[in-house]
Design a protein around this ligand. Structure first.
Ligand code: IPM
Ligand code: MN
Length: 362
């Protein structure tokens, strides 16, 4: 088994280092190989996703990814920007199925900006389609308008599109995931306005016929954004397209206390997966040793479960995370009165200690 380790930019290097230490103490038979990606790869090789990095990713069973991006690259041509690395990996490896679980750990109920009773016990699985929609639709570009409100003016355009097979395969993923949970899928669309999402709704309804044991509900995205903060526990599997999933998963992360807690898995049809925290590279806190490594450590657990067939090891990591939270360890993003503020490295130390069975003291 081979893991490609791609730390990337900003806090990516710090948080991935902790996840790698956690993986190492598990003493499992896999090999890890590191490569540059994003802005770091642009600096070293002139491209955010060099062939060497892409080929390593393709040849691996799983990819552990940190984060990419920094404001200093905002003026580069789009194909050279760090974000193109993660979009390129998703596209070239066909990682169409994105899983973003939003779980509110008991100990972090007070760290959320929402009332405790709204989020205590929260356990939502967001399933986001990841290789289609307006993110990848062609054509896109800039031109001089020949029609619209201002003919002759400069304009920019992107294309929202989904094909039937793209919707069908992700709908199967959502219904099958729901079968392992509370058998309820909320498909989020904007069918009242967009043809792409009327089609989404129609195809999802057809695929649902093969899953009579699963309850399917359709919800408009604006309403879903509201329901997520009004009554989030009504959701179980929240299933949607690429752009709505991007937005709603950031919103859902705040229900768990911090975006620093949200792991993710992106899978292709072969079972290969890319595992990354749902948060970004946070250049404002990079290099300070204060970033929360738990989303990345939990992503490593998802990797062990989904791509490396090591469910017991995944359980060990997840229980270790729960025990360090119970012991009161908190990075600044989840800190509250009465708990112990620690940095990235100390949080990693605490998880390692919990796995190796050493006692943790507050
Ligand atoms: C995410 C990120 C990415 C996205 C960016 C970095 C391209 O926000 O994984 O949610 O928009 O998908
Ligand atoms: Mn996002």
């Amino acid at each position: 088994m081979k893991i490609a380790v791609l730390p990337g930019d900003g806090i990516g290097t710090e948080i991935v280092a902790e996840a790698v230490r956690v993986l190492n103490v598990l003493d499992l038979p896999f090999e890890m190989e590191e490569a540059k990606v994003g802005g770091a790869a642009y600096e070293a090789h002139g491209h955010p996703l060099p062939d060497s990095t892409l080929n390593l990713a393709k040849a691996s069973d799983a990819i552990l990814f940190g984060a990419v991006g920094d404001w200093k690259y905002d003026t580069l041509d789009r194909p050279l920007r760090p974000e193109q690395a993660i979009l390129g990996l998703r596209k070239h490896l066909g990682l169409f199925a994105n899983f973003r679980p939003a779980i509110c750990y008991e100990e972090l109920v007070g760290a959320s900006s929402l009332k405790p009773e709204l989020i205590a016990g929260l356990d939502i699985l967001i399933i986001r389609e990841l290789t289609g929609d307006i993110y990848f639709g062609q054509p896109r570009g800039r031109r001089i308008a020949t029609d619209g409100h201002f003919p002759g003016a400069e304009e920019a355009f992107d294309t929202m599109r989904y094909s039937r097979p793209e919707i069908e395969r992700i709908a199967h993923v959502a219904f099958q995931a729901a079968r392992k949970r509370s058998k309820k899928v909320t498909s989020v669309d904007k069918a009242n306005v967009l043809e792409t999402f009327q089609f989404w709704k129609d195809v999802v309804t057809e695929v649902h016929k093969a899953y009579p044991d699963v309850e399917l509900e359709h919800m408009y995205v604006d309403n879903a954004a509201m329901q997520l903060v009004k009554a989030p526990k009504k959701f179980d599997v929240l299933f949607t397209g690429n752009m709505f999933g991007d937005i709603l998963s950031d919103e859902a992360s705040m229900l768990t206390g911090s975006i620093g807690m949200l792991p993710s898995a992106s899978l292709n049809a072969k079972g290969q997966g890319l595992y990354e925290p749902s948060h970004g590279s946070a250049p404002d806190i990079a290099g300070k040793g204060v970033a929360n490594p738990l989303a990345t450590i939990l992503s490593a657990a998802m990797m062990l479960r989904f791509s490396l067939q090591q469910p017991e090891a995944a359980d060990r990591i997840e229980s270790a995370v729960k025990s360090v939270l119970a012991a009161g360890y908190r990075t600044p993003d989840i800190w509250s009165e009465g708990t112990q503020k620690v940095g990235t490295r100390e949080m990693g130390d605490a998880v390692v200690a919990a796995i190796t069975g050493k006692t943790i003291t507050k």
